[in-house]
Ligand binder design. Structure first.
Ligand SMILES: [Zn+2]
Length: 229
């Protein structure tokens, strides 16, 4: 069924990504019904929101937000799946525009200098052909008028072999596999670190720990989605 759905989208791009119904003229990407299936977090203007509190005692981020809650079998999960595994990069544009406008209007995210995505391992980038954060990052860059720097963070080793190990082993390994380049351009900058989904926060923590080695760097976080618990 998924293959049919994908083919359907190629020929009918003006249909809803969620339910394949034709979109009305005022609708884009998702129909009104499917949009109502998205659960917004409303974190962007909330200081000490639940996402920020989840990093207390771990890393010192300036501000953090997610646009949507990521719940199994809900529309947000479907969108991330289509974006990552079905090459539907217009979803990155859709969420990037939505989030970008929200951030631009928020006093909490006003003094950012650049946008840095969580990188894929080069092997994965080659097999997938794109980083699912590319369009999201470019749209945020457009709205916030700051550069999207997708060569700053480097993932050193593939974490595929770690999936059978315990949770702590995974976290410890993840913490060691990011490094940076272009450090001079980032000195004293306020970096907006972006990702698609945040669950335990271990990946963001590992990226933060690599970025914070650059003198004077401060970090804020934005993700498309975050888990509800
Ligand atoms: Zn729909």
């Amino acid at each position: 069924m998924q293959i049919l759905k994908d083919i359907f989208y190629i020929f009918f791009p003006n249909d809803c990504l969620g339910c394949d119904q034709a979109l009305h003229q005022h609708e884009s990407y998702l129909c009104t019904y499917c949009r109502h299936d998205l659960a917004l977090t409303y974190f962007t203007n909330e200081k000490d929101n639940r996402l920020e509190r989840s990093f207390y005692g771990r890393i010192k981020i300036k501000a953090a937000t997610s646009l949507l809650y990521y719940e199994k079998h809900h529309m947000a999960q479907e969108l991330i799946h289509l974006l990552k595994y079905k090459n539907q990069q217009q979803i990155g544009v859709f969420i990037g525009d939505w989030m970008g406008i929200e951030l631009k209007n928020s006093p909490r995210f006003r003094d950012l200098d650049c946008i840095v995505p969580v990188p894929l391992h080069p092997n994965k980038l080659q097999s997938r052909g794109f980083n699912q954060l590319d369009e999201f990052g470019k749209r945020l860059s457009h709205h916030l008028e700051i550069p999207f720097m997708n060569k700053v963070l480097i993932k050193k080793t593939s974490s595929n072999s770690q999936t059978k190990k315990g949770r702590f082993a995974r976290i410890n390994n993840t913490a060691e596999i990011f490094t940076t380049q272009q450090e001079q351009a980032l000195t004293n900058k306020h970096i907006l670190l972006i990702d698609d989904v945040i669950t335990t926060g271990a990946t963001m923590e590992a990226c933060y720990n690599a970025l914070i080695l650059i003198p004077g760097v401060t970090v804020s976080l934005v993700t498309m989605t975050c888990s509800k618990s």
